[in-house]
Design a protein around this ligand. Sequence first.
Ligand SMILES: *[C@@H]1O[C@H](CO)[C@@H](O)[C@H](O)[C@H]1NC(C)=O
Ligand SMILES: *[C@@H]1O[C@H](CO)[C@@H](O)[C@H](O)[C@H]1NC(C)=O
Ligand SMILES: *[C@@H]1O[C@H](CO)[C@@H](O)[C@H](O)[C@H]1NC(C)=O
Ligand SMILES: *[C@@H]1O[C@H](CO)[C@@H](O)[C@H](O)[C@H]1NC(C)=O
Ligand SMILES: *[C@@H]1O[C@H](CO)[C@@H](O)[C@H](O)[C@H]1NC(C)=O
Length: 274
Amino acid sequence: MGKESLIFQGLLVLVTFVCITQTTKTVYDSSNFPQHNHKLIESNYTPRGEEYTLGNLTVYETPNRSSKRVLIHIYDIFGMSVNIRQVADSMAALHDFRVVIPRIFREEYWNEGNFPPANHSELDIWVEENASWEKVAKYDVLNIINWFQTRENITEFAIFGMCYGGIISTMAATEIPEIKAAGLVHPTYVTNEHAEGVKAPMYLLPTSTDADFLPFYEVLKTKFGDNCGHRRMTDMVHGFAGAGGDFSDPLTVQRVEEVIDILGVFFNKNLNNS
Ligand SMILES: *[C@@H]1O[C@H](CO)[C@@H](O)[C@H](O)[C@H]1NC(C)=O
Ligand SMILES: *[C@@H]1O[C@H](CO)[C@@H](O)[C@H](O)[C@H]1NC(C)=O
Ligand SMILES: *[C@@H]1O[C@H](CO)[C@@H](O)[C@H](O)[C@H]1NC(C)=O
Ligand SMILES: *[C@@H]1O[C@H](CO)[C@@H](O)[C@H](O)[C@H]1NC(C)=O
Ligand SMILES: *[C@@H]1O[C@H](CO)[C@@H](O)[C@H](O)[C@H]1NC(C)=O
């Protein structure tokens, strides 16, 4: 009995050790990231969707709920901005999806008044503690999937995110089998090492000031062939499609529309529409 229990404990330790060494720890290190040099720019847009709560999570959802396909849209470090909801509304209307934006930061998000952050490690510590994949975001994504599966009988899910939303989308495409495709728009906290773990087709949309994602793309191609993509928006800078984007600038608007089209077509290819 005592011996068996010792063996059992030994096994547990071994399994735990293997699990820990097998898991890629996400490091929230923003020191190499492009600076957010502008303040939040609110467009004149009025979001058309509604917010509601799923257990301990509040989400925004786009207005038309007839689609059987859900895109989870992860916002950038500014939280639930008008721009983020505008992109979600356009994506939903143009490509026939339900788009859901979780309030992962629970309104405690890194304040726009703090941008650009004087001290990047303070931002990283905040993300690590209050918005990391491991501690917070993973459960929010699982909560959304479970909600739509059980209440709406929906099985088609994809995810896309900007900036901070890039790492969350990457981890979802790595750890959550229900996620069938992912899109990264000017992602942060994502490194080329993350590509190895990705299990769902992915489209990469960095800008001129983001890291080089071609090595990441090469790994994607070995897994998914043509069913993945990369386009560097060379005339745009980090943040253009998110809260910091100037949606009164015609070129920015054109590029944001291209992002919506590229991802809309990509998700359409990867999610069944029945
Ligand atoms: C929300 O609830 C889920 C399920 O009970 C839990 O795993 C998660 O940690 C909770 N998240 C927060 C931020 O309280
Ligand atoms: C909602 O979307 C469906 C397609 O999924 C479309 O047929 C319908 O016209 C839309 N409804 C409104 C009010 O836009
Ligand atoms: C930045 O913040 C971290 C964490 O609070 C602190 O350890 C570090 O000294 C700060 N650096 C500067 C230059 O203030
Ligand atoms: C995380 O959020 C809690 C609650 O809002 C706050 O008290 C705490 O200071 C935050 N952590 C960091 C590192 O900012
Ligand atoms: C859920 O969807 C499946 C597959 O489309 C279908 O067979 C089933 O009847 C649906 N269940 C409900 C409760 O709508």
